[in-house]
Every structure is written in C-alpha cells, then in structure tokens.
Design a protein around this ligand. Structure first.
Ligand code: CA
Ligand code: CA
Length: 500
C-alpha cells in the first residue's frame, strides 16, 4: 500500500467520521428525549399524602387497603421503615419539609390558625433554590403554609400552582368555599378556578399536564393532595369497589390517591422521564383518629408524640441510582428531602441557613450505610420528643415524661425512666440543647386543642384507651373530674392566640 493511498484512505475515513459526528449531533439535537437522558439534571417530585396511616399501604404490609401503583414504585425503589416527619400535624410538618429545616427555628411550630400566619418571607423553600438552579417548579394541592401575600406558592419559588391554600376542603366542587378569594377555593396561580369530578383525580391530571408541557427542562413538583384527610368523601364508583369493607370510605379515598399517582407515573413513562426522576413519597403525619386510618403496630396517631404521630410511610424511587427492592432501616427524616434534592441538583448548601437534613444520595447507592441521623427532635408548644439511637423520649408540660427503647418496644408501652436514668438524663440534655436553637412559636393553637392533646398524652402515658379525641368531646366533660385535671392555660399564650 502506497503512502498516498494510505493518506487518501485516512482522509476518507476522517470525512466519514466527521459526517457521522454531524449526523449524530443533528439527530441528538433534534431528539430532545435522547439529549435529556444524556445530560439533564434529574427531575424531583415529592408526593405528599395527608394523614395516611403508617400501615395502610401494600408496600408497608397492608392487605385490605389497595395501593398497587404506589406499591410498584416502592418495590422498584427504596422503602424507609424508620422515617419521620418533623411534626405530627399538617402545617408545621409541611414547613419543615419544604425548607429542609426544623420549623421551630422560624416560629412555625403550631398549625396555622387564621389569616396572619405563614412561612416567614426570609425562609427559602426547596422550590426557590431549585428554581435558581434552572428548574421549572410547580405545586399542586393543599398549601397550608400561610395565605398572606408573601406566603403564597408563587411567592415561595413555585412557577405554577394549582390547589387551595387552606388545611382542608371538600373533594367535590360546589361547596361553600368555592368562591373567589376564599381560602378553600381552587386557585390556578392566584386566580380563582374550579374543577370537575373528584379533586384527587383532578390533582393527578393537572400534574400530568404539567409534566407533558415541561418535559424538556428539569422540573420540581410538589404534589400535595389532601387525601385521605377528612372530610371523608369518595367517588361513588370507588365506594362501590369497596362495598362491605369495614373502612369503605377510607379504602376508596386511598384507591383514588393511588390512581392519581398512577396517572402521574404513566405520564413520566410516556415522556421517557421515569428513570431520570427522583420521586419521594410520604405522608405529612401519621394516620388521624378521625379518618379510619391505621398506624399499627405503632402507638398513637396524628397530633401526638408517639410513633403513630410522626413515623410515616416513606419511599424513594429513582431507577438510575436506587437498587430495586431495597429496604432501609436507618433513622431518616422528611427534612432530608430538601438536602437530597439540593445535593442532586448540584446546589451548595447555604452556610448562613444550615439545613437540618442530610443528603440521602449516598444511602441510595449503599455507598453509605447506618443512620442518616443519630438524633431527631420534635416540639409543638407544650409537647416535645427526642429520639437518640433506639431511645425515644416524650416530655409533656404539666404531665411528665416517658422513655422507651424502640428496639424491643416499638409500641412504646414500657417506660424505662426509672431503670435507665442515665439515658433519661442524656436524652433530656440533648433535647434542651436543641431547644436553645429555636425561637418561641410565632402563634399558638387554640387552647381546646392543647387540652385535648394533653388528655390524649395522659392516656397514652398510662397505656390506656384514649378517652377524649376532639374539642367537641372535651365540651362534654366540662365540670367533671377529668375536666378538673386539666392544667391551667398560660395567660400570655392565651392572649396571643385570641388577639392575633
Ligand atoms: Ca396531615
Ligand atoms: Ca411493648
């Protein structure tokens, strides 16, 4: 072979590879899907149920509550069995989740009570930070983080919002709150709108539409249906499916929740985005006493400091990084969702405003094992709790405290305060040290709820059946022996609740 022919061949080969390169560049540029899978930052979706029971998912062992779409996602991802929200009621739990910080650091300790309360303007949300990193952001469903102008979703980092600002509403259109300006009305951004059919379905549909319209750029979706929070309302066809079920309405509402998740998942599949999307699923607090939910084998329920209040169903799905069928028993928090999302999007943590969560990315891959947290804390007004290792401590003002070892006592009925006084002292010190970094609550809840919660803890402390679960039941015991046991309300707190 002559030198010349070799050179000619080389040139021809170079030409061919150049042409191939151009063709390949052109085809990739013309096909956004292949471009997206190669280089795009992962999408992030938080699916947040409301008051769902710890036990009420197939992936957590339920046999009578049917959640096939969630079970499929959980089975393809990682299920966290010792994961906790930062509050056992809706508003504060959401404030912690959306900022990645203990909400007591900025006064959002109690449930918002009326117009004045909301997420302080200087707190950053996951949405505002991901938006700065180029994400398109959307929130759907229940907000409950304040309805003042600067507390609304569009002011807190969300490009798009479809939902309602209050803590609850009817699942059907046409209720009293469905009028312009009402806190329960549906808003598209801040404009009054309405919907047809069943709200949980509408929320699934709206999220799917957003995914279809925003598939070319990374997005963040905070999807927060009110299901299965009260009012207990289900579609006729879903009720018919669970005819004769002892928890018929709840089972139907959970079925609708699951169907909406299925709708979202299907859209991700159609857009070829499922693999490159990190999905978190959790409930904002444990199952409530008034919606037929079950937290078994956990003790307690929404609103109290037992595991049933704050240990929640929780999984993550991200096929590119998470091994199918994983289960993880390390101590995890909803506060970790923010840290994980920012880590994944390559956003450095704001050192001025330290996050309380830790990134779960190394735990997804198994690169890191053990507990993401050595300790977690809770406080709402007069009720506090701490978890250190397997030990759980509960402290209620004017009532006392309890210490449990969850290793052998997940249902928290063997008080170790006397036999493990060293542990008791250590955990009390840790809780008090954490409290030094908090501010006083900016608002308080009405005193009847505090009294109900105090009575619930009294019964749970004594391993007794809970007698009073609502302010309505509280009224019925006025003047009785039980009523006289209640601690006096602090004058300062009472006036703060009444005057604002
Ligand atoms: Ca809730
Ligand atoms: Ca026990």
């Amino acid at each position: 072979m002559s030198k010349l022919s070799l050179n000619t061949k080389c040139v021809s080969a170079m030409k061919i590879s150049m042409i191939c390169l151009i063709i390949s560049w052109l085809t990739t540029s013309c096909d956004p899907k292949s471009d997206r899978s190669a280089s795009q930052k992962p999408n992030v979706i938080i699916l947040l149920a409301d008051d769902a029971g710890y036990a009420d998912f197939g992936f957590n062992g339920s046999e009578d509550i049917k959640t096939p779409n969630l079970d499929k996602l959980a089975g393809d991802g990682i299920v966290f069995t010792d994961a906790h929200v930062s509050a056992s009621v809706c508003g504060p739990s959401r404030a912690g989740l959306i900022t990645g910080r203990y909400q007591q650091r900025f006064g959002f300790e109690c449930n918002p009570i009326n117009d004045f309360s909301g997420l302080p303007a200087n707190e950053l949300t996951i949405a505002s930070q991901l938006k700065q990193a180029g994400y398109t952001t959307a929130a759907f469903g229940k907000w409950h983080l304040g309805d003042e102008e600067d507390a609304k979703p569009n002011q807190r980092g969300f490009d798009y919002y479809w939902g309602f600002l209050s803590g609850g509403r009817s699942y059907f259109p046409g209720s009293n709150g469905d009028r312009p300006g009402h806190i329960q009305s549906i808003r598209e951004n801040d404009e009054y709108t309405t919907f047809e059919g069943y709200l949980t379905d509408a929320l699934g549909e709206k999220a799917a539409e957003f995914i279809a319209q925003n598939s070319e750029k990374p997005f963040f979706i905070y999807w927060a249906p009110n299901a299965p929070h009260t009012p207990m309302e289900a579609k006729e066809e879903d009720l018919a499916k669970f005819e004769g079920h002892p928890r018929q309405t709840y089972a139907a509402m959970m079925w609708a929740l699951d169907r909406a998740v299925g709708r979202i998942t299907k859209e991700l599949e159609q857009q070829q985005l499922l693999d490159n999307t990190l999905i978190f699923f959790l409930s904002d607090n444990g199952g409530a006493h008034n919606n037929q939910s079950s937290n078994l084998p956990l003790k307690g329920f929404k609103g109290n400091k037992y595991e049933g209040g704050h240990r929640v169903a929780f999984f993550a799905h991200w096929p590119e990084k998470i091994k199918q069928g994983s289960r993880f028993g390390g101590l995890t928090s909803s506060l970790d969702i923010g840290a994980t999302a920012l880590d994944m999007a390559g956003i450095s943590m704001d050192s001025e405003r330290s996050l309380d969560g830790t990134s779960l990315v190394p735990f997804f891959s198994g690169e890191q094992t053990g507990n993401p947290h050595s300790q977690l804390f809770w406080r709402k007004d007069r009720m506090a709790a701490a978890r250190i290792g397997s030990y759980k401590f509960i402290r209620i003002d004017s009532l006392g405290s309890r210490l449990y070892d969850l290793t052998n006592d997940l249902d928290e009925d063997e008080d170790l305060s006397v036999t493990h006084s060293d542990k008791l002292n250590a955990i009390t010190d840790s809780l008090e040290a954490w409290e030094k970094g908090l501010m006083d609550p900016t608002w308080y809840e009405p005193d009847d709820w505090n009294q109900v919660t105090w009575l619930i803890h009294q019964d749970l402390f004594n391993n007794q059946k809970v007698r009073i679960k609502s302010p309505k039941q509280l009224k019925q015991i006025k003047g009785t022996y039980l009523d006289k046991q209640l601690p006096e309300e602090s004058g300062e707190k009472a006036s703060k609740t009444l005057n604002e």
